[in-house]
Ligand binder design. Structure first.
Ligand SMILES: [Fe+2]
Ligand SMILES: [Fe+2]
Length: 328
């Protein structure tokens, strides 16, 4: 049941426009609190009621995305080898790949522009380690082992200084970044909210495995450009280590994820190919929408990529249509 604090959940199916923005800001605010470890006496009286309402809204949000991205996933093969080849092609043809934002960050962005970009990215970052920890629950052995190895890398192999999350925080504090939902574009918030929804709802466990895998696969190119930009802006190596590291390490993570996680999961049950593929495309789709919005905000010209219409339910009988970048 909706009460005054969860009225925003009614906009779960909106993927653009002011209601989309309202929903993403509210869900981000809720997500920052909901995963905090707590004591029984700290729980609110109607916590469970609120949690139920928001959980239903998250499912509506994900289902609306599944409808929108349907044209991009119409051809997902369910045989293991074909599926892996399809998945690996996303690196070239997936939404947002080759976006001109990144070469621009590497060669032209000034410090303020880079800072603005990082603020958006830090806010959209839901914490790969925790997403992974939630996703691996009760996965089969081969997939779980690789998830554990990946998690151990995220944990800096037991050394605090080498943990990936704090490494990003060091860069954020160097730039004095304090992202609050109102300073961040809703497209970036939607990305983080989607990753959390996929990892938390077990019906989307394989979507989450696909979304995490596509991050590993596409991060090195982006991280390489960002690192080059940070180097050009004379940011000390220790502070930009997060991007320098991911430009290299995620190449290995991606190969291992595809071989040790995705391959056995699909071989065990071919229906999972669709779920994994959808999760991957959803993650890239949000990335593409974020890059598009960043370019608008930063005044960088649009690329000539193909577009698909994104209808959003406005108060009109006919859906209004916005255009966003999509795959070729
Ligand atoms: Fe990482
Ligand atoms: Fe990684």
């Amino acid at each position: 049941m909706r009460n005054s604090s969860t009225g925003w959940t009614r906009w779960a199916g909106e993927l653009a426009g002011p209601r989309f923005s309202e929903f993403q800001i509210a869900l981000t605010a809720h997500n920052t609190r909901r995963l905090e470890p707590r004591l029984p006496e700290e729980a609110g009286q109607n916590d469970l009621e609120i949690e139920h309402t928001i959980a239903c809204a998250e499912v509506d949000f994900i289902e609306a995305q599944r409808k929108i991205i349907a044209p991009l996933v119409a051809d997902i093969p369910s045989k293991t080898d074909e599926f892996i080849a399809w998945f690996e092609r996303l690196k070239q043809t997936g939404p947002g790949q080759g976006d001109p934002l990144f070469p621009w960050l590497a060669t032209e962005a000034d410090t303020e522009q880079m800072k603005w970009f990082l603020l958006q990215e830090v806010a959209g970052e839901a914490g790969f380690d925790d997403l992974l920890a939630m996703t691996q629950v009760k996965m089969s052995v081969q997939a779980k082992l690789e998830m554990a190895r990946n998690f151990w890398d995220e944990m800096g192999r037991g050394r605090e200084k080498a943990m990936h999350g704090p490494m990003l925080e060091r860069l954020a504090s160097y730039f004095d970044l304090a992202p609050t939902p109102d300073k961040v574009v809703p497209e970036s918030l939607a990305l983080g909210n989607t990753m959390i929804a996929l990892a938390r709802h077990r019906r989307y466990a394989f979507h989450s495995a696909g979304a995490l895998g596509v991050i590993e696969m596409t991060a090195p190119t982006r991280a390489g450009f960002v690192d080059k930009g940070l180097r050009r802006l004379k940011i000390p190596p220790k502070k930009r280590h997060y991007f320098a590291l991911h430009a290299v390490l995620d190449i290995k993570h991606s190969e291992e994820w595809n071989r040790e996680v995705l391959r056995p999961l699909v071989a065990e049950d071919p229906r999972r190919a669709r779920a994994i593929g959808e999760g991957a495309v959803m993650r890239l789709w949000h990335g593409a929408r974020s890059f598009d919005r960043y370019r608008q905000e930063l005044g960088i010209s649009n690329s000539d990529k193909n577009i698909i219409p994104v209808p959003h339910r406005a108060n009109t009988a006919r859906p209004t249509v916005e255009y966003q970048i999509s795959a070729a």
